[in-house]
Structure formats: structure tokens, C-alpha cells
Design a binder for this molecule. Structure first.
Ligand SMILES: NC(=O)c1ccc[n+]([C@@H]2O[C@H](COP(=O)([O-])OP(=O)(O)OC[C@H]3O[C@@H](n4cnc5c(N)ncnc54)[C@H](OP(=O)(O)O)[C@@H]3O)[C@@H](O)[C@H]2O)c1
Length: 260
């Protein structure tokens, strides 16, 4: 890989992708909304790894941000990591509609448009690919968040099948609970989530890149989560959704579906 575009590259899983790719000698294009944080991440990576780092300030929940990101992706990158994402509070009917719509825009429209923009360059060169960060929530009925991640998995599998044999790979990564800023930003109380379910971002990135290089289309990091996904497939979807809602988080004394 020579140039990788990572969305949501300033924190959590995206920052871990950026560090790992820079450590492997890959030049980077880092995308997020916070300009100061992007510059500081870029400076650190340049001085630690000697790679070239470009920054793109873009809010993927806006048309303007999507256009800027799409344009950079179309200019040519060898690896696209569609990682930017967020969670939010509340049940479907309680959550503000604009937040639900932003979820669809950042998790689905951005993934679709950036993949569409980036693939032609990769296909011309017969190498590279796209890693789409979904979630284990893709496998259970769990609000708009889970539905958006289910779309990411299905979309990734579909595009991977369309371009099979081209030398270009598409992988959806489905992590469980990961220690990042995600839950704090969404004001989710995750105190009830057992410690054995937590993963480090580096563990997710290692598994994602390993599976990507092996041509795996849906990557579930760690054996424990592979078992959970396997068990989930064995129980009726309705029961799985009920269990998932119980392993949740609370706000204002009320249990809400937490989002891994
Ligand atoms: N943490 C988990 O338990 C977990 C589990 C499964 C899947 N995931 C998925 O993993 C991905 C990364 O999450 P994370 O846990 O690493 O979260 P995080 O630590 O909160 O980092 C989110 C990153 O995305 C950027 N971002 C957020 N909204 C954006 C927007 N509208 N436009 C552009 N950039 C935006 C943030 O930077 P700015 O704020 O500067 O824009 C930040 O760099 C998400 O897709 C999430 O759904 C997370």
C-alpha cells in the first residue's frame, strides 16, 4: 500500500489504523472534522514514522463534507478505510430525527460515495482496496445504528463479489466493544459491559488488516466475538435482539440499547 485515506482518523479505531499504517510505511490522508486535532495527529505521525501525511477537514454528515471527501478519494488512494462513525442515545421514537438521518449519512452514504469514488483508481492498478468499519451490531436488530452497520456489511460483501478477480479487496470489519471515545461522546454508560467484552483498538486493526490481506470479506476480530456471532446465528433473531438490548447502557436511570 502506498497511500491510505482513513476517515475518523483522530481517535479510537481510526487513529489506531493511522498509526499502524504509518508504521508500515504507508503515506496517509487523515480525515475528520476537528482541524487542530487532525494537524496534531499528522505532525505526530510524520515525526514518528517519516511518512507523508495530508489532512482533510470534512464533516461527513454534510453534503459539503461528503463532496470534499469524495473528491480526495477520487484523486487516487490505494487503501480506503471508511471508519468515521458515532453512536447516540435513545430509542428510535425518542431520538431526534436529524441524528438518525446523520447516522445514515455518515455510516452509509459516506461509505457508498467514498467507495464509489476510490475504486476506479484501484481497479485500474489491479491492487488495493476498501476496509469498511461496521460493528457486531450489524448482526442484531438494534436501532438505526445496527441497521446502518448491517447495510455496511451487506454493501461490502456485494461490492467484493462484483470485483472478484480484480486484485482489489473489500472487507467489512465487525468489532464488538472497543475502548475508544465512542461511548463517552454519545454519553452512554457502559459500566455494565463485562471487561472480557472490551477490545483495544489495536487488536481490531491487527485483525482487520490481517483479514483484508487474506481476502476475508467479513472480519470479526477475536475468537470470543466469532463465538458470539456464531451463537447469535443459532438463536431466533427476535431473541437475539432482546438479549442484545439487555447488555446495554443506561442514561437517566433508563436502559437504552448501547452500541458497540
Ligand atoms: N467503540 C466501539 O465500541 C465500536 C464498536 C464497533 C464499531 N465501532 C465503529 O468504529 C468506528 C470508529 O469508532 P470509534 O469507536 O473509534 O469512535 P471515536 O473514538 O469516537 O472516533 C470517531 C472518529 O470519527 C470522527 N468523526 C465522527 N463523526 C464524524 C463526521 N461526521 N465526519 C467526519 N469524521 C467524523 C471523529 O473525529 P471528529 O470528531 O474530529 O470528526 C473521530 O476521529 C465507527 O464507525 C463505529 O461505529 C465502534
Amino acid at each position: 500500500m502506498s497511500v491510505a485515506l482513513v476517515t475518523g482518523a483522530t481517535a479510537g479505531i481510526g487513529a489506531a489504523f493511522a498509526r499502524r499504517l504509518a508504521g508500515d510505511g504507508t503515506d496517509l490522508v487523515l480525515l475528520a472534522r476537528d482541524d487542530a486535532r487532525l494537524r496534531s495527529a499528522a505532525d505526530e505521525l510524520r515525526s514518528a514514522y517519516g511518512v507523508s501525511v495530508e489532512t482533510v477537514v470534512a464533516d461527513l454528515s454534510t453534503e459539503e463534507g461528503l463532496s470534499v471527501a469524495e473528491q480526495r478519494a477520487a484523486e487516487g488512494v490505494d487503501l480506503l478505510v471508511n471508519n468515521a462513525g458515532f453512536g447516540h442515545q435513545g430509542w428510535f421514537l425518542d431520538a431526534p430525527l436529524d441524528v438518525e438521518l446523520k447516522t445514515m449519512r455518515v455510516h452509509c452514504e459516506a461509505v457508498l460515495r467514498l467507495t464509489h469514488a476510490a475504486l476506479p483508481h484501484m481497479l485500474r492498478h489491479g491492487t488495493g482496496g476498501v476496509i469498511n468499519v461496521a460493528s457486531i451490531a450489524a448482526f442484531v436488530a438494534r436501532g438505526t445504528y445496527g441497521a446502518s452497520k448491517a447495510w455496511v456489511v451487506s454493501f461490502s460483501e456485494s461490492v467484493a463479489a462484483e470485483i472478484v478477480g480484480s486484485g482489489v479487496q473489500v472487507t467489512a470489519v465487525c468489532p464488538g466493544w472497543v475502548r475508544t471515545e465512542f461511548h463517552h461522546r454519545a454519553d452512554l454508560d457502559v459500566g455494565d459491559v463485562p471487561s472480557y467484552l472490551w477490545l483495544e483498538p489495536e487488536t481490531v486493526v491487527d485483525a482487520a488488516l490481517r483479514d483484508f490481506s487474506r481476502g476475508v470479506r467479513v472480519s470479526v476480530p477475536t475468537a470470543r466475538y466469532k463465538v458470539i456471532v456464531g451463537l447469535n446465528r443459532a438463536v431466533p433473531r427476535r431473541l437475539a435482539a432482546a438479549i442484545s438490548a439487555r447488555v446495554g447502557s443506561r442514561r437517566a436511570g433508563r436502559r437504552v440499547p448501547a452500541k458497540p
